[in-house]
Ligand binder design. Structure first.
Ligand SMILES: *Cc1c(COP(=O)(O)O)cnc(C)c1O
Length: 387
């Protein structure tokens, strides 16, 4: 049986995979089983922040692997304390809870918000307001948070206590706060799965102010936008807002599973012993990997991210078969005249791996992709959109 046949026979049918088996790679170039090269413009959906097999990242992982690969959270380990310190010092947030995925990071954010509101205003203040067209994960609670009905169908009943409002509509947010007993508003600064749609800065600012006035917590889901992706360490830093809670995952570990929920001043002390936990959360190898990622996201790298983003936007905008380019930093959506899936397939055949999101071709390349490799990939994307 080939790997593809074996996968189809034994793996649950949730993924519509491209007919390519990736066996190795280096940086932003990966190889399939036949030896064909591809430029990876998706980086595992924004996960391999410094590409495949990055040397610094690998050294950090191997050094920790030589010490201890796992300890229960009954004991202290150095990498998770160091990572929490790094995250807090770079954001001004006060405390961190580590988990293993984006959905879990959001679950923790929701639990923190509900407990804060329950203690401060009463347990009936449990509603979490999220935006239509959002994506917050696949667990039954984060599905409830996700403002897209098609993800919900046949999986109901979902966790109650979630309402979805139109992004950009301040009046609707105000009237929802007036009628719902809300604990938190949860937003993405750029809706990734929703089609790479940035939030209106004026709306983000107004929503932040309204939340502050009403003591409703602002949760920013930075699972996809975080960790340097948008040209700032976290995407909220592009907007004039200070979240109470930030959740992140994807690019944080550079390829190892880790989620983090950053707790601001209001919720610094919300969790006590036993309120939350995770067997694997704070795993020393995942945390050592994440430390090596966060340490390297400095002004120099972030400026490079911004320059490459500008290069991509300038090169693609207004070209044949391209109707628009959205996004921030190296999180880019391309509205194509042809169906996005068709463009993605053509790119793959020509040796460039791209993602799609709704009706867009989506690019989430490694933050350190070289200009030369990037130019080759963009040329292929241009030709596949035009044909
Ligand atoms: C990917 C994603 C999630 C879910 O993360 P998982 O690690 O797959 O659980 C949640 N929110 C956003 C914005 C995402 O992009």
């Amino acid at each position: 049986m080939s790997i593809i046949e074996k996968d189809k026979k034994y793996i649950a049918g949730t993924y519509n995979r491209f007919p390519v088996e990736i066996v190795s790679g280096k940086g932003s170039v990966v190889l399939d089983a036949s030896g064909k090269e591809y430029i990876d413009m998706g980086s595992g959906i924004g996960v391999t922040s410094f590409g495949i097999g990055d040397d610094t990242w690998k050294q950090a992982v191997i050094a920790q692997l030589d010490k201890v690969q796992h300890m229960s959270n009954l004991y202290y380990t150095e990498p998770c304390a160091r990572l929490a310190e790094l995250l807090c010092e770079k954001t001004g947030m006060k405390k961190v809870f580590f988990s293993n995925s984006g959905a879990e990071a959001n679950e923790c954010a929701i639990k923190a918000a509900r407990k804060y509101a329950a203690e401060k205003k009463g347990p009936e203040y449990s509603t979490i307001i999220t935006l239509k067209n959002s994506f917050h994960g696949r667990t039954l609670t984060t599905l409830a948070a996700t403002g897209q009905d098609h993800y919900h169908e046949l999986f109901t009943p979902l966790t109650p206590g979630f309402v979805h409002v139109e992004s950009g509509n301040i009046d609707e947010l105000k009237s929802t706060i007036a009628t719902e007993k809300a604990a938190a508003l949860m937003i993405e600064c750029i809706q990734g799965e929703g089609g790479v749609i940035p939030i209106d800065p004026a709306y983000a600012k107004a929503a932040y102010e309204i939340c502050k006035e009403n003591d409703i917590l602002l949760i920013v889901d930075e699972v996809q936008t975080g960790n340097g992706r948008t040209g700032r360490l976290y995407a909220y830093m592009n907007y004039d807002i200070t979240p109470d809670i930030v959740s992140t995952a994807k690019g944080l570990g550079g390829g190892l599973p880790i989620g983090a929920t950053l707790l601001g001043e209001k919720v610094e002390h919300v969790f006590g012993f036993g309120d939350h936990g995770s067997t694997f959360g704070g795993n020393p190898i995942a945390c050592a990997a994440a430390c090596s990622i966060i340490e390297r996201i400095d002004e120099h790298l972030l400026n490079e991210v911004k320059q490459k983003a500008e290069y991509i936007k300038d090169t693609l905008s207004g070209k044949p078969g391209i109707e628009g380019v959205t996004g921030l930093g190296l999180m880019i959506g391309i509205k194509t005249a042809k169906p996005a899936a068709e463009v993605a397939k053509a790119c793959m055949e020509k040796g460039v791996l791209v993602l799609t999101a709704k009706d867009k071709v989506r690019l989430l390349p490694a933050l350190n992709i070289s200009q030369d490799v990037l130019e080759r990939a963009v040329a292929v994307i241009l030709s596949c959109c035009a044909e």
